[in-house]
Design a protein around this ligand. Structure first.
Ligand code: VG1
Ligand code: CO
Length: 542
């Protein structure tokens, strides 16, 4: 039976970089989830008898919200929902299902790399029919709707048992529970030379994949240990846990230290990788070398043609603004398009749909292609493996050869987490106030050549996004970028991105901290980070 339930609006349901993210207890307030889901159903485009994909990264509260979403879909005219077994779908697997099954959209439950558990974070994101995150037009309309919502619709019956694969019914709604891995693994088999990778592994190549107790465990086991024949135990922390074992499922030097330690050992594996909470990020580590995500994007773009799925070459590359310009050098040399977009995968969707780009990436460990409309951690690992199998080189050799050919973009991101929001906003305001007068200003040996607050005009639909981060460019092309995170759930997180280009191969062996020393000091001088945040150093450097 369909019930219409009266509710009152919340004023804080504004989606950020990647959906609505809040602490679990915040989501557990009366009707908080229902309001947001109804607002989505009220604003999104869908035909009669639409299909909706539902799944999440398995974190605490996932099951409850999956059940609510199914019952609300039944009351809101959907014909069919496709749900991952036990409510599990990685973000790229959800994107794939939306596309493959011609759904009108999907609800993806995740707070990605943020910790989970009863006091951890939760998130709800809506993806559109192309499989990608809803563009700003839709997130803004959803937010507007949440502020005026007065009722929601839900069926009174319980949702079916989603641990059983197959078709169930809830009133007129078909609830189809699917294996979360099968369709995704089939897509990977189409794109990559599985036989070649399998032969490399059979020949003694050793790898380690850290699923960080998050969603990629089942995908990685099926693909790396199953299809590709890597020995059992290759995938570590491979069982998804509602609290990710108490850790941060964020594949970076801080939270994936254990993986990096294994790869730094002289007798360590040849290749290491990790993914995040919802399976869209990737960290790539070779024996003795960590690949920075911006470099990984450039290397994958330069070598993608070695994989069967990209053998015709790539149409172009897109990167988020703060991502290093290493990919630009590949694009220029190969004569293909390069696009600079605001942070967040939603800005890549139009470029991919229009066929202007094939590969996209972000400095935050996200890489992906036109195979889905999300970044994809396991995909990036497979493309690396395919490149290694095809070239028979080590990760270190590939990276160093890449730098010799294209030059090296030294890069670091400094995060100041959970700082006072007022101070962080004041820092950004102060920078913005000084932008007009910054050009020509000298800091040590560095002279500012350009300074702006990044704004983007989508070349496909003409939509404009302003205020996307302060860029300070120095003569010679070095850059410092300041922006505030749009995924945090407490206070503000300041991100400072620092980049310098080095063409001379004799100078490619430096530690990034050393190569970027003067720029790091300049970031403090320009941004007055200590003054505004009260912090002497960043919490995380990636
Ligand atoms: C961060 C990253 C951004 C990424 C976003 C979602 O956003 O910087 O590159 O797209 O997270 O990734 P922000 O606004 O906090 O800088 V995920 O894996 O959290 O969905
Ligand atoms: Co993620």
């Amino acid at each position: 039976m369909i019930e219409t339930v009266a509710t009152s609006p919340y004023d804080d349901q504004k989606p950020g970089t990647s959906g609505l993210r809040k602490k679990v207890p915040h989501f557990q307030q009366p009707n908080y989830v229902q309001n947001f889901v109804q607002a989505l159903f009220d604003v999104v485009e869908r035909p009669e008898s639409a299909v909706l994909v539902i799944g999440g990264d398995g974190r605490f509260f996932n099951r409850e919200v999956v059940a609510i979403a199914i019952r609300m879909a039944a009351a809101n005219g959907y014909a069919r929902v496709i749900v991952g077994q036990d409510g599990i779908l990685s973000t790229p697997a959800a994107s794939n299902l939306i596309r493959k099954r011609k759904a009108s959209g999907g609800i993806v439950l995740s707070a990605s790399h943020n910790p989970g558990g009863p006091d951890g974070d939760f998130g709800i994101k809506y993806n559109i029919a192309n499989g990608g995150p809803a563009p700003e037009k839709i997130t803004e309309a959803t937010f507007a709707r949440t502020k005026e919502i007065r009722e929601y619709r839900i069926v009174s019956e319980e949702a079916p048992d989603i641990s059983r694969i197959g078709e169930h019914r809830l009133g007129d709604l078909v609830v189809e529970v699917v294996d979360p891995v099968a369709d995704y693994a089939a897509l990977m088999r189409e794109l990559f030379d599985f036989a070649g990778i399998r032969a490399m592994i059979a020949g003694g190549f050793r790898m380690r994949f850290d699923a960080m107790h998050a969603v990629t465990g089942p995908y990685a086991k099926a693909i790396f240990e199953g299809d590709l024949g890597a020995p059992a135990g290759t995938v570590v922390n491979g069982t998804p846990l509602p609290d990710f074992g108490g850790g941060h499922p964020d594949p970076n030097a801080v939270y994936a230290k254990d993986l990096i330690d294994h790869l730094m050992a002289p007798d360590g594996p040849d290749f290491g990788a990790a993914s995040d909470g919802d399976g869209d990020r990737n960290l790539i580590v070779g024996r003795g070398i960590v690949v920075s995500p911006s470099d990984s994007l450039a290397v994958l773009a330069a070598n993608a043609h070695l994989a069967p799925g990209y053998s015709g070459g790539i149409a172009g590359i897109a990167r988020s603004m703060p991502t290093s310009q290493a990919a630009d050098r590949v694009a220029h040399k190969r004569g293909i398009g390069i696009y600079e977009t605001p942070t967040g995968w939603k800005f890549f969707g139009n470029l991919l749909d229009a066929g202007r780009v094939t590969i996209c990436g972000e400095e935050s460990a996200g890489t992906g292609s036109n195979h889905v409309r999300e970044k994809d951690g396991v995909w990036a690992v497979l493309l690396w493996l395919n490149v290694l199998a095809a070239t028979k080189k080590s990760v270190k050799d590939i990276l160093e050869a890449h730098w010799r050919e294209f030059g090296r973009n030294y890069y670091q991101r400094h995060d100041y987490e959970e700082v006072d929001a007022k101070g962080a906003n004041a820092l950004m305001d102060s920078l913005r106030d000084r932008l007009a007068s910054m050009s020509g200003q000298r800091f040590g040996t560095l002279v500012v050549s350009e300074a702006d607050d990044f704004s983007y005009k989508d070349p496909v639909d003409g939509s404009i996004s302003t205020g996307q981060g302060v860029r300070i460019v120095f003569s010679g092309g070095s850059r410092i970028v300041f922006r505030l995170s749009g995924t945090g759930t407490k206070g503000a997180t300041l991100r400072v991105y620092i980049e310098a280009y080095q063409a001379d191969p004799a100078k490619h062996g430096q530690a990034p901290a050393e190569a970027l020393k003067e720029l790091i000091e300049t970031a403090e001088a320009v941004g007055e980070i200590r003054r505004w945040t009260g912090r002497n150093e960043p919490d995380v450097i990636t």
